[in-house]
Design a protein around this ligand. Structure first.
Ligand SMILES: NC(=O)c1ccc[n+]([C@@H]2O[C@H](COP(=O)([O-])OP(=O)(O)OC[C@H]3O[C@@H](n4cnc5c(N)ncnc54)[C@H](OP(=O)(O)O)[C@@H]3O)[C@@H](O)[C@H]2O)c1
Length: 343
């Protein structure tokens, strides 16, 4: 059984090592390979789960795929006997089977915390390191579906556990994509700071060229940065690690096809992509059907106004709604919904 600091950090390193096995430098100091195209990568949407599903939702299946640090040890599961922490347990899909939880003895104190943290990390992140290519989106929204106030203030809609989760997602991808609106509103860094991991390439979708060259991610040199613009945007002069790229829009003024963005990144060896926001950008990727997964965290907060989360074309009846396979995990006071969009 593993021992750690109660936050699952040893388990996190095991996940990063697994990522490294896929060809991405997961651990700081790893060989930077992300700019080299990999053989065996796939176009967005193909599946590499051994069981043919991209959405394993039971710990048993995950353990069967790739046990990390002994988490396939059924004796460890028996240690959950007597746990009263239903909040944590509710966050672990498949754990509500009391038979699985019953056992002869209970784990106490730090052992118990370690076990829960490790198990949760495995359940959330192991599916993300089973594939060489991945397109995942994330958003943190209020109960009433807002990601920021009307002035664009969004720090922070969700709590520290979700922010840590966001940094973990960044650490697991080759590239993090944001829309021009997010760069203008937040002046973000998009780096991995809250957990161990390597910064992804930063990608800004800015078809009209409205983002200032003074934006922090164009100046801080902390990671390679791609500034994707359309032919109608004013010319820029960029120098490494910032690179300006021109991409044709579907029709001028209508924005890039998300599939074209993914292809452009794949041509540069960037096969694992996090679409980090904001709502317009994530909605376009979702509507285009190019997302494998969507991590949507809901915070117990009501705004009643502000920037919207997901917006899709209207449907008249509920049978037309998207009803993806879903797992959920408690992240502090927030709830992460892990939506699997490619069953
Ligand atoms: N809570 C969260 O999780 C979260 C995450 C990120 C951001 N935010 C907040 O969300 C707000 C910004 O979100 P937002 O929805 O207003 O804007 P956004 O999604 O950040 O940016 C939208 C803009 O990006 C460009 N863009 C995005 N996808 C494109 C595509 N496929 N093709 C061409 N251009 C594309 C377009 O720029 P043009 O308009 O120039 O055409 C588009 O209008 C900010 O207030 C930020 O703080 C919250």
């Amino acid at each position: 059984m593993i021992r750690n600091n109660g936050h699952g950090e040893e388990q996190w390193d095991a996940i990063l090592e697994r990522l490294q096995g896929l060809g991405r430098p997961g651990l700081p100091g790893g060989v930077p390979e992300r700019s080299r195209p990999r053989s065996g990568g796939r176009q967005a949407g193909s599946q590499t789960e051994p069981d043919g599903s991209n959405c394993p939702d039971r710990l048993d299946e995950l353990n069967g795929l790739d046990p990390l640090n002994g988490l396939d040890d059924r004796d460890v599961l028996h240690g959950l006997n007597g746990s009263e922490d239903r909040d944590v347990l509710h966050g672990m899909n498949g754990s509500e089977d009391r038979d699985e939880l019953n056992g002869p003895e209970g784990l106490k104190g730090l052992d118990h915390a370690n076990f829960l943290a490790d198990r949760k990390l495995t359940e959330i992140y192991l599916p993300l390191v089973q594939t060489t290519a991945l397109v995942i989106a994330q958003l943190g929204q209020t109960l009433d579906g807002r990601i920021a106030t009307r002035t664009g203030h969004s720090h922070f809609v969700t709590g520290p556990e979700d922010i840590r989760h966001l940094h973990r997602l960044r650490a697991l991808v080759d590239a993090v994509v944001v829309g021009a609106g997010t760069v203008v509103a937040d002046d973000p860094q998009l780096t991995v700071r809250k957990v161990r991991g390597v910064n992804p390439v930063r990608v800004v979708l800015d078809p009209s060229g409205r983002v200032s060259p003074q934006a922090r991610l164009f100046r801080d040199r902390s990671a390679p940065t791609l500034w994707i613009r359309s032919p109608r945007a004013p010319a820029i002069r960029a120098s490494k690690p910032v690179e300006g790229l021109i991409l044709d829009e579907e029709t001028p003024g209508q924005g890039f096809r998300p599939a074209d963005v993914i292809t452009l990144l794949a041509e540069r060896g960037l096969h694992r992509i996090l679409v980090e926001g904001g709502g317009i950008t994530v909605s376009r990727f979702l509507a285009a059907g190019v997302l494998d997964r969507f991590h949507l965290t809901v915070a117990p907060l009501l705004l009643g106004s502000g920037r919207g989360s997901v917006t899709l074309a209207p449907v008249d009846t509920l049978d037309r709604a998207l009803r993806p396979q879903c797992r959920h995990f408690a992240l502090g006071r927030d709830m992460l919904f892990d939506l699997c969009l490619r069953p």
